[in-house]
Design a binder for this molecule. Sequence first.
Ligand SMILES: NC(=O)c1ccc[n+]([C@@H]2O[C@H](COP(=O)([O-])OP(=O)(O)OC[C@H]3O[C@@H](n4cnc5c(N)ncnc54)[C@H](OP(=O)(O)O)[C@@H]3O)[C@@H](O)[C@H]2O)c1
Length: 284
Amino acid sequence: MLRLFHHFISIVRNPQTIALMPFENNVAWITGASSGIGEALAYALSNRGAKLILSSRREEALKEVKEKCAGDPAHIQVLPLDLAATDTLEKKAQQALDRYGDIDYLFNNGGISQRSLAVDTNFEVLRKVMEVNFFGSVALTKALLPSMIERQSGHIVVTSSVMGKFGTRLRSSYAASKHALHGYFDSLRQEVHEHNIRVTLVCPGFVKTDVTRNMLEGDGSRHNKMGKGQQDGLSPDAFAEKLLPKISRGKNEIYIGGKEIVGVYLKRWAPGLLNKLLLKSDVT
Ligand SMILES: NC(=O)c1ccc[n+]([C@@H]2O[C@H](COP(=O)([O-])OP(=O)(O)OC[C@H]3O[C@@H](n4cnc5c(N)ncnc54)[C@H](OP(=O)(O)O)[C@@H]3O)[C@@H](O)[C@H]2O)c1
């Protein structure tokens, strides 16, 4: 009831937010928009008439994505940033707010993976993965929250992973960073419910992107090989098309992928069995 009331107030204050289609005329800020899932989200959202802010480190790649987006280029802003440079993100958020006034959706999607035994992983690699995946997403979210609370509206979407629900060999830093997102954003969801702000954690299984090519080895070098799971995984475009209807239904947690998603349910209902299966599985 309270939620409906807040929604009504938000519409009275911002009548332009009554969109004919989900995402139409909404402002969506996507991190990790230069490739993979974030790039596919940019195309899927621009096809639905959203106004976009595209962020990641590589400005040229973001400009190429912008050129391929549908709609008026004036409604697509490129805003380069480094999620690991958390002390710069408040200023970036202010630039985004100055440009559009309000941000309807923040897609905290940018991230980096890791492939190495815990014993062989430099502490700097663990810190880097935590900085990008966890602290970067939290810093951007915190910078936008006051404006969302003021407006009594907003939706924060976080790309976690099935590795946010259970861990495997060779992914200790990555799984830790994704589990941390769940703890933080589950708590935040409870706090911002009364302000009509939604929080959605997205757990992809295998999606055919460069995530494994880009992942860090224990010494910080780039892995540079496509993982078998990703090779056979969903295309990023198919992933984005499955994701957006679930986002617009305001789900708290979303799982999209192949049979690897079963692991999420086994972890909940039969954790011992999952542990045995993972010990026999071929993690690359
Ligand atoms: N593909 C999968 O199978 C899979 C499964 C589960 C979860 N995920 C998650 O999905 C998200 C997107 O990954 P993806 O699969 O699309 O892989 P990807 O193609 O490697 O994309 C990663 C994106 O994150 C950006 N990024 C990396 N480090 C950054 C930094 N320090 N600052 C700002 N942006 C940074 C990259 O852009 P720049 O290089 O331009 O900075 C790129 O746009 C990640 O959070 C990943 O953990 C992927």
